[in-house]
Write a protein that binds this ligand. Sequence first.
Ligand SMILES: Cc1cc2nc3c(=O)[nH]c(=O)nc-3n(C[C@H](O)[C@H](O)[C@H](O)COP(=O)(O)OP(=O)(O)OC[C@H]3O[C@@H](n4cnc5c(N)ncnc54)[C@H](O)[C@@H]3O)c2cc1C
Ligand SMILES: NC(=O)c1ccc[n+]([C@@H]2O[C@H](COP(=O)([O-])OP(=O)(O)OC[C@H]3O[C@@H](n4cnc5c(N)ncnc54)[C@H](O)[C@@H]3O)[C@@H](O)[C@H]2O)c1
Length: 487
Amino acid sequence: MTTLEVDVDVDVAVIGAGTAGLAAYRAAVAQGKRALLIEGGPYGTTCARVGCMPSKLLIAAAEAAHMLQAAPGFGVHPGVIRIDGRAVMARVQRERDRFVGFVLDSVNGIPERDKLRGHARFTGPQTLVVEGEHDTHTTVNASRIVIATGSTPIKVPMLVNGGPGVITSGDVFELTDLPGSMAVIGTGVIGLELGQAMARLGVRVSIFARGGTVAQISDPEVLHVASKALGADLDIRFQNLIVDAVPDGAGVRLTTRDAAGFEQIERFDYVLQAAGRVANVGGIGIEHTGLVLDGAGIPLFDRTTMQCGASHIFIAGDADNERTVLPEAADEGRIAGDNAGRYPDVRPGLRRTPLIIAFTEPQIATLGASYRQLCAEGRPKFAVGTVSFENQGRSRVMLQNQGMLRVYAEYGSGRFLGAEMIGPRAEHIGHLLAWACQARMTVDQMLDMPFYHPVVEEGARTALRALHAELTRDAAGFVPAGDEPGE
Ligand SMILES: Cc1cc2nc3c(=O)[nH]c(=O)nc-3n(C[C@H](O)[C@H](O)[C@H](O)COP(=O)(O)OP(=O)(O)OC[C@H]3O[C@@H](n4cnc5c(N)ncnc54)[C@H](O)[C@@H]3O)c2cc1C
Ligand SMILES: NC(=O)c1ccc[n+]([C@@H]2O[C@H](COP(=O)([O-])OP(=O)(O)OC[C@H]3O[C@@H](n4cnc5c(N)ncnc54)[C@H](O)[C@@H]3O)[C@@H](O)[C@H]2O)c1
């Protein structure tokens, strides 16, 4: 590697031009500072290139196929269904490129002197070296630095010998046709979203889970309903371990072991690793920053200011491994860039009520405090209200009457704390409840809000009424009654 170093002095260096890094750059510039955005990979962001957008495009195609498959339940018979895999993938890629194009336009709008290509690495608390493919070309001296390096899919060690058929979510959207079969490793959000979409598009899919978790759900009752609902039309093998993978023609021969110790060998065209993502903080010389790190090598930081310790270094987005979803990356990037610009006068920024939505069907939404957090040692007992969507009016009308919502509130104050659900239109109910949570509403105040009829939101009202009853059980003897038909 040749060394042809140029020295650059800036106020704020931002490592990574993803969603968090772009927001950080803009916020630092808005503070009147000279900022430099350093990107080691392709521009375009994980969200647009290989994340949120292409996955939702694939899911949209799967929903179209599923609507046709579900139509006979209404007495509507669409005839022979033909899925053109090449056309499906072509649309995914065409629309994905359009979304990436918008990001590239905005990156093109950034002055050239504020951008640097290459992989950045700390050599000291205020110094970065930036390496291209063949050389270390630049030394950057920055009085403040934002780490916005994102995350990378975890490679499952038992799959290392599986050959080119072992892929990650980043590879799926490059396929030019739908495969015949796919094994998916992991029942997290990525495994379930992509696994279900592929299955609905006619791919033979088996999903392997080493445990019993389903996406981000922590409430055992919701988890039970979710395993049943998703398992009804998907081959999910819970409590299965991956033993080995070897190439088999153009595919992969996968060996797995179930809870009884029984080993099974199956062939798949592809094995998709969806076993989690790891923050990109290794290989960036984090040890030269002098920051205190946690067990995963991530600097300790304040989640309201994004400041690492009391230092001039800030962290944002998937790199901090806290809430690894797009809206949080954007918020954290803005806060980190703003505070890097203000440093040492750092200020807390707005952190919103947590909200995570998995675009499976039924959809999964969790918001506010999770069941697991509320059960943590030392926390006061909390009240729970439950609704099943099995007999919920509008859900039955739509033939989408599967799922459960559990809502949580504080005894005494009656304040709404959070919820977990799997069910129809969870993306919308999730927002409604997250807004109430952030507004610090009580359950009574939420029940004073309008609910139309017949809507899926009436299911949320039923759960809130049950929660209200639980909160007031010993006090007034109030018994909630659902008085609209099919509520
Ligand atoms: C398949 C999939 C589906 C998803 N779906 C959703 C969804 O529906 N909704 C949602 O909210 N979230 C979703 N997410 C999560 C969301 O995409 C991420 O949380 C978000 O994109 C993270 O943004 P970021 O800025 O932290 O990272 P990124 O956008 O990955 O940016 C990090 C950048 O840093 C660069 N970089 C890394 N190291 C260096 C270095 N040393 N020097 C220079 N540059 C470096 C990388 O090349 C990269 O461009 C999904 C993710 C995946 C993978
Ligand atoms: N709709 C969305 O908002 C959305 C969609 C996709 C991804 N994302 C983000 O991307 C992140 C990463 O997603 P993910 O699904 O890869 O991770 P995850 O952490 O959500 O799930 C990983 C899963 O893999 C399992 N696993 C881990 N190692 C395994 C092994 N060796 N064998 C079998 N199973 C194993 C885990 O038990 C877990 O079920 C998410 O946490 C989320 O923040 C969000």
